[in-house]
Design a protein around this ligand. Structure first.
Ligand code: ADP
Length: 528
């Protein structure tokens, strides 16, 4: 029984899944984007609100300079300041009361001035809570303003953010005023600081922050994740279809293909690649099937023959001579059997890469010459003229045993399939990047329909006319030749005309050729 519900494993598997990761990536991206936008907007809101507060303070300052606050000197009070406004005008009264909420007026040394009427100190209680500016600071600001003084030009104010005892923020505008200035003299300077609480701004900002960060962002995140999940699901559906089809593909139905979506996108490319892979698999599977059929067929023939011969001997042979003959025939078939098995073993080792080449610099010319010499006797016996046209030296990097095997196979085929009176010609031609070996004969030739198959294992062209019975060969020789050429990174071509002759052209990379002197033996090709 499968446990009900979701186990830890299921959750872990889901989290490793592409859909989850895509969604998570999308959600994180969405959240970061939202945070960035929200933070940016918060900064924008803060600067807008701050600018608003600055404008308010500038307006208050203009009103103060416009005549709401005036400075006098008397023997008993020294310098003092008095507020002037129409008390019956509600606008003016509200304006002055607003200004007087957070303000400070001092002389140039930082001493708080008195009010000419109430005799109160010209500082509001809220300003006292923030803390009256240090006399040294005030003196420095005044000194700077005096130094920068120009008639009828307002001096640049100093802006400060200060906090009261509860931590509430205030924006303070500090300025120096010259009420008695003349075109020639700045007169006596006074220090006036006006403030406005930023609590309201902070409240708006906090409310905004709270709403956005606690409400909108998680909401956006949930929405983003939801959308991401759906989108990732839609993107991955075709992938699932591909996986589904792939699951149905097995050794018995390799002909199955995943239909392309005609979208010409990455997924179609994946499908195409996948289909090509299945195609290759199908081809090699087919080859393997064919191979095992061929092998069993090849082995069955001699085994049946051996069995037949021995059975006949068992039931009918009477004399020792008859027994000897049966055993002799059986041994011949066993020889053929072991020949097939040995060749197959070697070929399968070669094709599975177990047969490593022992490469060395060797004289290709010499190798061909040696084998041509060896084949002179069988060629003569078959009435075939065998000639070689080779350069003095021609070195390649190759495995001597395999190169010999290659030449042997080509020569034996050429002699085998050339009727009496024919000719076999071997030539070697070093070119710039490769060495070309040509083995041509004036034999029976190979029909065009058979040409593509002659390198297949066990493939034998059905015999005709004077050609020897095809059963004589194993049909493995050219498979070997093809493998040897491939293992040496060479190419093999075959040209043939039925009844006229065949030409095998092998090109091997010319490593180490270069400095060899090339001397060609030029002799016209003799054809039967
Ligand atoms: P086999 O052992 O039968 O020679 P190969 O693989 O060497 O097997 O050759 C495959 C088939 O190709 C041969 O059976 C023969 O029909 C054909 N063939 C090979 N070489 C020649 C040639 N020089 N002339 C005509 N036919 C050839």
């Amino acid at each position: 029984m499968r446990p009900r519900g979701w186990g830890k494993r299921d959750i872990r598997r889901m989290m490793r899944g592409l859909r989850f990761r895509l969604t998570a990536g999308y959600a994180v991206f969405f959240a970061l984007l939202l945070i960035m936008v929200a933070t940016g907007f918060r900064e924008y809101l803060r600067s807008t609100l701050d600018a608003q507060s600055r404008d308010d303070l500038n307006e208050e300052w203009a009103a103060v300079k416009g005549g709401f606050l005036r400075f006098f000197n008397s023997p008993e009070l020294g310098w003092y300041a008095t507020w002037y406004y129409a008390e019956d005008d509600p606008d003016e009264t509200t304006a002055v009361l607003d200004i007087k909420k957070v303000y400070l007026v001092t002389d140039q040394y930082g001493k708080v001035l008195l009010d000419g009427e109430t005799k109160d100190r010209q500082v509001s209680s809220e300003y006292e809570d923030i803390g009256i500016d240090k006399p040294s600071d005030i003196q420095a600001r005044v000194r700077k303003a005096v130094a920068d003084f120009k008639p009828n030009t307002p001096n640049t104010p100093t802006w400060m953010i200060r906090k009261d005892s509860t931590g509430a923020r205030y924006l303070i505008r500090c300025a120096v005023t010259f009420p008695n200035a003349s075109p020639y003299d700045h007169g006596v300077p006074f220090y006036v600081a006006l403030g406005t609480p930023l609590a309201e701004n902070d409240k708006i900002l906090n409310k905004y922050t709270w709403r956005v960060f606690i409400g909108v962002i998680p909401g956006g995140l949930i929405l983003g994740s939801f959308l991401g999940w759906i989108m990732a699901g839609r993107v991955l559906t075709p992938v699932k279809e591909v996986a589904h089809t792939a699951q149905r593909i097995s050794g018995s139905n390799l002909s199955l293909r995943i239909p392309a979506r005609q979208a010409d996108d990455e997924l179609d490319y994946l499908i195409l690649t996948f289909n090509r892979m299945i195609e290759r698999l199908e081809a090699s599977f087919q080859q393997m099937k064919q191979f095992s059929t061929d092998v069993s067929h090849e082995l069955r023939t001699p085994i049946t023959a051996i069995r037949g011969q021995l059975e006949v001997a068992l039931f009918t042979a009477k004399t020792t001579e008859q027994y000897r003959e049966a055993i002799y025939n059986a041994l011949q078939d066993i020889d053929r059997l072991s020949q097939i098995v040995r060749a197959l073993l070697l070929l399968s080792q070669a094709e599975s890469g177990q047969l490593a080449l022992q490469k060395s610099h060797l004289d290709f010319s010499q190798a061909v010459q040696d084998l041509v010499d060896q084949f002179q006797i069988p060629a003569e016996a078959a009435g075939v003229h065998l000639s070689a046209h080779l350069p003095a030296r021609c070195s390649i990097l190759g495995d001597r045993v395999q190169i010999d095997r290659m030449i042997t196979n080509l020569l034996s085929n050429a002699i085998k399939f050339t009727p009496e009176g024919g000719a076999v010609r071997v030539s070697l031609r070093p070119a710039e990047n490769f060495v070309e070996l040509v083995v041509e004969d004036s034999g029976r030739g190979i029909a065009a329909e058979h040409l593509p198959h002659i390198f297949d294992r066990f493939y034998r062209v059905p015999g005709s006319g004077t050609a020897p019975a095809p059963e004589q060969g194993l049909g493995l020789g050219l498979s070997f030749v093809a493998w040897i050429v491939k293992a040496h990174r060479g190419t093999i071509d075959v040209e043939s005309t039925l009844g006229k002759g065949t030409r095998f052209i092998i090109r091997l990379p010319a490593q180490g050729v270069g400095s060899d002197s090339v001397e060609m033996v030029v002799e016209p090709v003799r054809r039967a």
